[in-house]
Design a protein around this ligand. Structure first.
Ligand code: ADP
Length: 245
């Protein structure tokens, strides 16, 4: 939502509102298997933004007319809880959540391999329980861990990061103020291990040079984020192995 005017100074002496430098990520916390009923799940926190993801499937898809005869399908739902923002958000689906549900499916689709699950669905639910900017990328990072922990065959993990611009300064991992009042914001998701971009959305204005510089900054951060995702998953399997020994 770039471009709106704010009374708050977003950059002061080179520091952002939360004291970060332009190229700094917020503190990131990740945890897998947080929803025992789900086949896979994760909780990811970027600063004050917290997202949960739960994956169910592969499971039979009903009604039948929605089934694909030769492959499984991926369905995604993104939702922001009414209590996720200070001014209560109206509950339920709106245009924004419909859009984000769609783009997160597109961002995850290049990774999941569902050919072996004809007529089935894999359902990914993403719930933002606290929102302070960059919720779609935080939700995507959680969804990717949740899919992997559900044992869904994947070409690689999907890692995502936001980036943008305040005045002439390029920044990564936008907080809520920066998301709403910065000059531009961009959401990037990729399969870092394949060097493939699976989501790129931009709001606001950037020069061509700024765009490519920002894209590289986001890619570099995705490489960092995917390592954290992998270590959460490795820990999970280490525990499982110990339990079966
Ligand atoms: P993203 O959350 O992916 O950055 P947006 O640019 O649409 O996507 O939203 C920017 C930020 O604005 C969100 O992260 C959230 O902090 C805030 N926001 C979004 N929708 C609402 C809402 N209905 N009420 C209050 N704040 C909101």
């Amino acid at each position: 939502m770039g471009g709106k005017k704010s009374d708050i100074e977003l950059l002061k002496g080179g520091k952002r509102t939360d004291k970060r430098k332009p190229e700094d990520l917020r503190e990131i916390k990740m945890e897998a298997n947080v929803v025992p009923n789900a086949d896979g799940s994760a909780r990811v926190q970027f600063g004050n933004t917290i997202a949960l993801a739960a994956v169910y499937g592969p499971r039979a898809l009903f009604p039948r007319f929605m089934q694909e005869a030769d492959t499984g399908i991926l369905r995604t739902r993104y939702n922001m809880a009414p209590f996720s923002v200070v001014d209560r958000k109206a509950p339920g689906t709106d245009r924004r959540s419909t859009e984000i549900s769609k783009v997160t499916r597109l961002a995850l689709s290049p990774s999941v391999l569902l050919d072996d699950f004809p007529k089935a669905t894999v359902d990914v639910y993403m719930e933002v329980i606290q929102a302070d900017g960059s919720t779609r990328v935080t939700a995507l990072n959680a969804a990717s861990i949740a899919l992997a922990s559900a044992g869904i065959p994947m070409r690689g993990l999907v890692a995502a990061c936001s980036c943008g611009k305040i005045e002439d300064t390029l920044i990564v991992d936008l907080n809520g103020l920066e998301d709403n009042f910065g000059n531009a914001d961009m959401a990037v998701a990729m399969l870092p291990d394949k060097d493939e971009i699976s989501l790129l959305q931009m709001d606001g204005l950037l020069t061509k040079e700024e765009f490519f510089k920002l894209l590289n900054m986001a890619k570099e951060k995705c490489l960092q984020i995917v390592e954290q995702q992998k270590s959460v998953l490795k820990k999970l399997y280490k525990v499982d192995k110990e339990m079966t020994e």
